[in-house]
Design a protein around this ligand. Structure first.
Ligand code: NAP
Length: 587
């Protein structure tokens, strides 16, 4: 059955034939796509290898994964694909490309991901080259929960067209649940890149591997039920925070990861919030809901996002609740005022704006989004912890109108997962956030608060590999006596000369605030000399304020110590980015 799509005489090796057969058979249930996949396979058998450039812009690794999948699909089907991180592509190279697939995510409020920013700066400038010889298609990744949904993909799509490139296919804008849509789009779009009718048959490159062969079977859709072997409080009793260390047993899952990757965790909603919502609806947890095969209580616990209100529910409540303030800020289109209004409010708070507002369970579910995983930077190196993966998570809690509110996944882990319980996890690779490939290169890490997570992993990695490069950590939080997490481990790294410099900034131990960037400025001379020695500079943590302020401090240090103008310092930073020596894991 499987092989009926592949001509007998098609020049595939056994391994390739098996994969392609499986790939096509997997598409059988979707008739439209199957037709295209069949076309793809038969075209591949009849045409020579065509170059195909696949460009990705990624913040957390998803777009890179899509790009890699696209390359495997293309390779097995006779293309000769090359995958590029966007910032590695010069405008000269871009202008020479004939067939281009772009996979790009959007970060923050409509921003380019870090590895696409330099590319975009050049592409959007007046000196960008004409792209008349290029055919292209854009796959944009985003989150409909944000206003600027897929903005980075939209901008690149528009700019390529402005520069004269021709679309192979319309752009696809994928939501967080992107896998099926992305696969279907690639299956339909790749054959359109095959415009060469020069005849001859080229076999897939010998190095071609089946797309699924190296990929973990554990994913967002199929998380591994891992046993939690440690759930330990890191912060002290007096701390304003509750930061915890979690260790997950990888059992016989075969899951693997590297220091720098993220771990996806599938949460379950807070039972108190589920009960309160059921009461508000006047429904029983066992109530059946039309169109769903699970009872209402289970749907609200495991399948729908009930903490963060969806855009749809905000619109519906703005219209129906009769709440003047919400109606006013909503209809005004004032994003900041709406954000301020929504701050700290969950779905139940919105429904409670008007106690008379009545929604049926079906109406409510129709307005909710699916419950999504949360991703956390992994805080362990697999080389230091056999078959385990660790996280460092701050439990988010706040009170509003007398009711306790909780961050969905951080408190799922803290409150609902005891040692021995299981939680659904999967690895989200972030290949661009790694220790330096040069084991002798210095490493400078800035990670206040839980931003320290990947740097614990990096230090473990460098210790385990015996890397000789020196390491410098900037860490801080509110108070030294209760917020200095991993203090013991850090002391051991220092004693073992794995950590060569440590600068601490406890913001609230004195009258004026002291932050990590204050310490960077105080130590500017040495910091600059580490950069000059080929140092790699890493930042992890809060994107909105800390990461921006740290970047400014870095620019100030470069300007002051390098005797450079503001523009000169910016150029220096651009060079660091190009050389992948300025890397951030921030959100
Ligand atoms: P936090 O709230 O960031 O606080 C840590 C320290 O940073 C505190 O001393 C805080 O001081 C200080 N701080 C506040 N504003 C700052 C600024 N503009 N510049 C420098 N330092 C500043 O710590 P947290 O509770 O652990 O939260 C960490 C943040 O990082 C969260 O937003 C989390 O989501 C994010 N995070 C992201 C990743 C990732 O991207 N992979 C990983 C881990 C954490 P004061 O409070 O005294 O002002």
């Amino acid at each position: 059955m499987k092989q009926s799509f592949i001509p007998e005489d098609a020049p595939f090796s056994g391994e390739q034939r098996v994969w392609l057969g499986g790939f096509l058979a997997g598409l059988q249930s979707r008739a439209a796509i199957t037709e295209n996949a069949g076309a793809l396979a038969s075209q591949a058998a009849a045409t020579p290898s065509l170059t195909l450039d696949i460009l990705y812009g990624t913040q957390t690794g998803n777009a890179e994964t899509v790009a890699m999948d696209a390359a495997e699909m293309a390779r097995v089907n006779g293309f000769a694909p090359t995958v590029h991180s966007m910032d590695d592509v010069s405008m000269e190279q871009l202008a020479a490309m004939e067939r281009v697939i772009v996979a790009v995510s959007t970060y923050g409020e409509g921003e380019m991901p870090d590895n696409a920013q330099l590319f975009w700066d050049e592409l959007s400038s007046t000196s960008a080259p004409r792209l008349e010889n290029m055919k292209f298609a854009v796959l944009a990744l985003g989150d409909t929960g944000y206003d600027e949904f897929c903005q980075a993909g939209k901008l690149i799509d528009m700019r390529f067209e402005q520069l004269g490139a021709k679309r192979l296919a319309s752009r696809i804008d994928c939501d967080v649940d992107y896998e099926d849509a992305a696969n279907g789009w690639l299956t339909e779009t790749l054959p359109l890149a095959n415009d060469d009718s020069a005849g001859g048959i080229t076999a897939p490159a010998p190095a071609a591997k089946a797309a699924g062969a190296e990929k973990s079977k554990w994913s967002r859709k199929n998380p591994y039920g891992s046993k939690v072997v440690e759930n330990r409080l890191l912060s002290g009793k007096k701390s304003a925070k509750e930061i915890r260390h979690f260790s997950f047993d990888l059992g016989d899952s075969g899951l693997s990861y590297e220091a720098g990757d993220a771990l996806g965790v599938m949460p379950v909603n807070d039972p108190a919030l589920v009960t309160a919502l059921l009461e508000r609806l006047g429904e029983h947890p066992e109530a059946a809901v039309a169109g769903h095969d699970k009872p209402l209580g289970e749907l609200l616990s495991k399948q729908f996002e009930i903490a963060r209100p969806s855009k749809e529910i905000i619109a519906a409540v703005a219209e129906q609740s009769g709440d003047d303030e919400l109606r006013h800020v909503y209809s005004n289109g004032d994003k900041e005022a709406l954000e301020a209004f929504l701050w700290g409010r969950d779905t139940l708070d919105l429904l409670n704006l008007n106690p008379k507002l009545s929604l049926s369970a079906t109406e409510l579910l129709g307005l909710l989004k699916p419950l999504q995983h949360r991703a956390y930077s992994i805080s362990s190196s697999p080389k230091a912890h056999d078959n385990e993966v660790h996280l460092t998570v701050a439990a988010v809690r706040w009170k509003r109108e007398g009711r306790e509110h909780k961050g969905v996944c951080s408190t799922f882990l803290s409150d609902m997962i005891a040692e021995g319980d299981t939680a659904g996890i999967f690895v989200s690779p972030n290949k661009s956030f790694r220790v330096p490939s040069d084991a002798d290169a210095p490493m400078i890490m800035v990670g206040p608060g839980t931003g320290i997570a990947p740097f614990r992993a990096f230090l473990e990695e460098r210790q385990a590999t015996g890397a000789k490069g020196k390491n410098w950590l900037f860490f801080g939080d509110q108070h030294r006596d209760c917020d200095f997490i991993y203090e013991d481990e850090i002391a051991i790294f220092s004693k073992a000369s794995v950590l060569n410099r440590l600068d601490l900034a406890f913001s609230r131990d004195q009258s004026e605030k002291i932050y990590v960037q204050s310490r960077m400025r105080e130590n500017g001379k040495e910091l600059f000399s580490w950069l000059e020695e080929g140092g790699h500079f890493y930042v992890c943590g809060d994107a909105t304020r800390m990461a921006k302020d740290v970047e400014q401090a870095l620019l100030d240090v470069i300007a002051a110590q390098g005797g450079l103008s503001e523009d000169g310092a910016l150029e220096y930073l651009t060079r660091l980015k190009r050389e992948k020596r300025y890397l951030r894991d921030v959100y």
